[in-house]
Write a protein that binds this ligand. Sequence first.
Ligand code: KIV
Length: 276
Amino acid sequence: MPTSVLTFAEKKRRHERIVVITAYDAITATMVHTAGVDAILVGDSVGMVSAGYETTLPVTLEAMLYHTSSVARGARGAFIIADMPFLSYQCGHDDAVRNAGRFLKEAGAHAVKLEGCDPALVRRLVSVGIPVMGHIGLTPQSVYAFGGFRAQGKTAESAAHLVEQAKALDEAHCFSIVLECVPATLAARITQSVKAATIGIGAGVDCDGQVSVIHDLLGLSTGYLPKHAKRYAEFYKEGLTAIRSYVDEVRSGIFPAAEHSIDATEKPKPAPLTEG
Ligand code: KIV
């Protein structure tokens, strides 16, 4: 059975952990889908891990539509959640509905994710058939309001505020809520108090599922790795070694060898075209 919003509820009920990974292009989406995740998040983190921005704020609606459609082509049959970028849903509900709808209508997403807590907007989107994943805690689009990328919910007041937000999003029918960089005990409390499946990132093991950024997981970055992230591979280091070998081989004339060169007598073997 392909994943749907119902899978999130079902897995929460059965205490089966939900696995989500980000992807931004067709080939990583194929990898993530083939590995058997429950859902792919096309996060606006693409702005930081791939486009080189220092925050997610510059990411545009058009860029997110492009990345979402790339992911949808690479991972047919996957459940795809598209992140709505900064100012694509904060400037009035009519615009927000229209923009969210484009992810489903044009880009192949099955749900959208919104940062913060606007239950009236969530209700409106759900009422027109757009499933919504909430996102509270460290919401990167508010980085300047927070004074930096800071964990949230560490004081009693801030924890109570997050519990209230989670309940409001749950009552507005978010099918799932991302909890980012909040204390594990608070995430566990929220998880128990809402029907929506909680998906943690830096929120401990007691969430209903986890989401990781693909570049962190694959080691496809040069610098800072957030405390909550775990590297499962060293793609940057291995890629660099491969690229250096190529540079050396081209300079020394080892590449291209005879087998990489076109022989005038050889019958052409065109690369297969995939459908779709
Ligand atoms: O943009 C993103 O990748 C996200 C996840 C970190 C939850 O919002």
